[in-house]
Design a protein around this ligand. Structure first.
Ligand code: COI
Length: 354
């Protein structure tokens, strides 16, 4: 192991069963600080609080980015697999650049993560549907109230043994088409994993929940006409047998699960298109029956079937109520198969952690 480590005095008891998402945390985390114009040497240290002064710049101006990825452990062999971790650190670099945060070398971040995972491998749950959710993040920590690019940052990685993101697992969710608020617009930060995108989405999400939906389906910020994403997931539609997902247009997050699904569909010769898709086309498809399936994709959610879509004129049931569609099931089985080692990985997405 290359990373310096500060040992815990005592270790926590590991859970025998993991059901929640993002509520349990392991004994160790990784921390690296930026000061004096450079990133210092990172260390693995006990999971504990940061000292943040009341004037810390992140608390005022939100100069912060994050990532989400997963590790899996095989029950029988104990083999630990990391899924597309380098791609997450690549995206983190682009998010950092967008927020004027000094980027972190992808290979250095990757090798620190491998060290942290190998220390915490016994925390990785092995039951079906569980994984170790990994949350890397970077935030500004200047003692200053001026609005400018900070000079001090922290990069941390925390680990959370987790079950499914939605409490009901692979069961379908309901989406409300969001007509009032927008998540992002061209030239903004929608294509980056920055904390402000999520803060800005909470009100719409809460209102959708009060109205009986799980999440909102965001439309573009300019014309309010084209479908973008869900916020915690990218979105796919099956229309007349073709799988369609909004093309990356500068305000949609380039999801790694989104990319994996497109590659999987292509490898299976299932027609897939990345293109602009209007909400009218979606609603017309829902009315005519040409739209047979909707599903979301994301690291936390994996594949999340959608069986109800609500808009100003009422709700449409997509496919069979309470059931995942054929394409959603196929993608879920194949993707989780590759992630957990049940299936071959022809794409080279998986890293085995020794
Ligand atoms: C992920 O899917 O890992 C995300 O970062 C989305 C988050 C809102 C849970």
């Amino acid at each position: 192991m290359n990373t310096e480590m500060i040992k815990c005095k005592t270790l926590k008891a590991k859970p025998t069963e993991v059901k929640s998402f993002g509520k349990l945390f392991t004994d160790y985390m990784y921390v690296r600080e930026y000061d004096g114009g450079k990133w210092g040497k990172g260390k693995i240290c006990p999971y504990d609080g940061f000292v943040l002064l009341p004037c810390s710049s992140v608390l005022h101006y939100g100069q912060a980015v994050f990532e989400g990825l997963k590790a899996y452990r095989d029950k029988e062999s104990g083999t630990v697999r990391l899924f597309r971790a380098r791609d997450n650190f690549k995206r983190m670099r682009s998010s950092c650049e967008r927020l004027c945060i000094p980027p972190i070398d992808e290979e250095e971040a990757f090798s620190a993560l491998v060290d942290l995972i190998s220390v915490e491998r016994d925390w990785i749950p092995t039951d079906a549907g569980t994984s170790l959710y990994i949350r890397p993040y970077v935030f500004a920590n200047d003692e200053s109230l001026g609005v400018h690019a900070a000079k001090n940052y922290k990069f941390a990685v925390i680990l959370s043994p987790s079950g499914a993101y939605y409490a009901h697992g692979f069961a379908p969710v309901a989406l409300k088409v969001e007509r009032e608020y927008v998540r992002a617009s061209k030239g903004g930060t929608g294509a980056y994993k920055v904390v402000g995108n999520y803060a800005a989405s909470i009100l719409a999400g809460e209102e959708a929940k009060s109205a009986g939906y799980d999440q909102v389906l965001w439309l573009d910020g300019t014309e309010r006409k084209y479908v973008e994403e869900v916020g915690s997931m990218n979105i796919f539609f099956v229309i007349d047998g073709t799988v369609v997902t909004p093309e990356l247009n500068g305000s949609i997050l380039p999801g790694i699960t989104r990319d994996s699904c497109i590659k999987l569909l292509k490898s299976m010769d299932i027609p897939v298109q990345e293109r602009r898709i209007s909400i009218d086309e979606v609603m017309d498809g829902a009315k005519s029956g040409a739209l047979t399936e909707i599903f979301g994709t994301g690291t936390a959610a994996v594949i999340s079937p959608v069986d109800r879509l609500g808009d100003v004129n009422g709700d449409y049931i997509i496919g069979k109520k309470g059931e995942a569609g054929k394409v959603s099931k196929l993608l879920f089985d194949t993707l989780t198969g590759i992630q957990t080692g049940r299936l071959e990985d022809p794409f080279g997405w998986v890293t085995i952690v020794k």
